[in-house]
Design a protein around this ligand. Structure first.
Ligand SMILES: [Zn+2]
Length: 82
């Protein structure tokens, strides 16, 4: 397991991605889905989720938090949703 992946294992957003990939044959390739988080993502998640998502098949992931912030994660980047 890569070190950065071990660091995100205990963050909910990352855990959801890893569990969903595991339930889907180990990949999220070609998928598009949304995570509605109950708290704003922490600094580590904002920094590491793009790499984790890319490693799991580069899905199009929309991350929404209770502040109303919406972010799109794809291609190792995280951008505000339009
Ligand atoms: Zn986090």
């Amino acid at each position: 397991m890569e070190a950065w992946r071990a660091r995100v294992t205990f963050h909910d957003e990352a855990a959801v991605l890893m569990r969903t990939a595991a339930a889907n044959g180990g990949t999220l390739s070609g998928m598009a889905f949304e995570i509605n988080a109950s708290r704003p993502p922490c600094y580590n998640c904002l920094r590491l989720l793009p790499n984790l998502a890319y490693d799991l098949g580069n899905p199009t992931l929309t991350l929404t938090d209770p502040t109303g912030a919406r972010r799109i994660i794809r291609d190792r980047t995280i951008k505000p949703a339009e």
